[in-house]
Design a protein around this ligand. Structure first.
Ligand SMILES: C[S@@+](CC[C@H](N)C(=O)[O-])C[C@H]1O[C@@H](n2cnc3c(N)ncnc32)[C@H](O)[C@@H]1O
Length: 279
């Protein structure tokens, strides 16, 4: 069934979470209906991804045909995501070392190289077994615009300036002397760059649902704040435990989630019922 839309708003898809294969679902949506799509697909880890205690089946990340099979699974889905973006929309695809380089080439082909905005490195600290190579402690988020230049981008600031050996104002902010007089650094801190140092979700975190591969809300907050505005439709077609949707709701965006796993949908619904919109 094609969903009816008015002024690029699909009323059936707003503030909804649906259990379905995302490909068929996306094909039922009209062009340009989403302003931000975050995609955190399986990573082609070649295993069943389950809770540490195996208390639930989790989801299958094995693909017939190996890497080729995985890329054939992603291609039509990423094609649909591009079609669904509004003219100022952005797609953020979250991957790791296994497939990010192949998917970057695919996205360049689907979007055009000029629409590529960022390769964001999410650097986290977590445990792990020693191996005879450097510890793999980052994921990569690829950010593409439907139309670079028209796209939504809100500059984020935070953290502290380096202060050692710098000239400081009386309130401790660095400044630069120019012919036109001193220029003070921005009071809200330096602009956020493309390397994000955000801890992995702790095993004792209050936000933990035990859904395997759940992402921390603080990571999604950055993406949602930077790449959408209040009232925009934020979609996650691999929504898992619903992290993106919870953040979108809190930050006054409309939201749409899809997952093929009924357990993911049940967890998302529970979290969304508990999530409060920020005043
Ligand atoms: C990496 S997890 C997403 C985790 C999520 N970001 C979170 O914070 O909980 C990937 C999800 O994609 C779902 N999935 C895999 N294939 C799918 C498909 N064809 N359609 C919809 N969902 C799918 C899995 O069930 C799994 O929940």
């Amino acid at each position: 069934m094609a969903h009816t839309r008015r002024k690029n708003r699909c009323r059936q898809c707003e503030d909804t979470v649906v259990c379905a294969d995302n490909l068929g679902f996306m094909r039922s949506l009209g062009d340009g209906s989403c302003d931000l799509i975050y995609a955190d697909p399986p990573f082609n880890s070649n295993r069943r991804v389950a809770r540490a205690d195996r208390s639930s089946p989790g989801f299958d990340d094995r693909h017939a045909g190996g890497l080729d099979g995985y890329l054939s699974f992603l291609r039509p889905r990423l094609t649909e995501m591009r079609r669904l973006l509004s003219s100022r929309g952005l797609l953020c695809v979250h991957l790791d070392w296994r497939t990010v380089h192949y998917v970057k080439v695919m996205l360049d082909e689907l979007f055009g190289v000029k629409q590529f905005l960022n390769e964001i490195i999410w650097a986290y600290r977590s445990g792990g077994r020693p191996a005879p190579w450097f510890a793999r402690k980052h994921d990569t988020l690829l950010l593409y615009a439907k139309h670079t230049g028209k796209h939504t981008f809100n500059r984020l600031r935070g953290g502290a300036y380096r202060t050692r050996d710098l000239r400081l104002t009386p309130d401790g902010r660095p400044y630069k002397s120019t012919r036109k007089g001193p220029i003070e650094f921005h009071p809200d801190g330096p602009a956020v760059s493309d390397v994000w140092d955000i801890p992995f979700m702790s095993t004792v975190s209050k936000e933990r649902t035990d859904y395997p591969t759940q992402k921390p809300q603080v990571l999604l907050e950055r993406i949602v704040l930077a790449a959408s505005n209040e009232g925009d439709l934020v979609a996650d077609f691999f929504c898992g435990s619903g992290t993106t949707l919870v953040v979108a709701k809190r930050l006054k965006r409309r939201w749409l989630g899809v997952d093929i796993n009924p357990e993911a949908i049940a967890i998302s619904k529970r979290r969304l019922a508990e999530a409060k919109t920020e005043q």
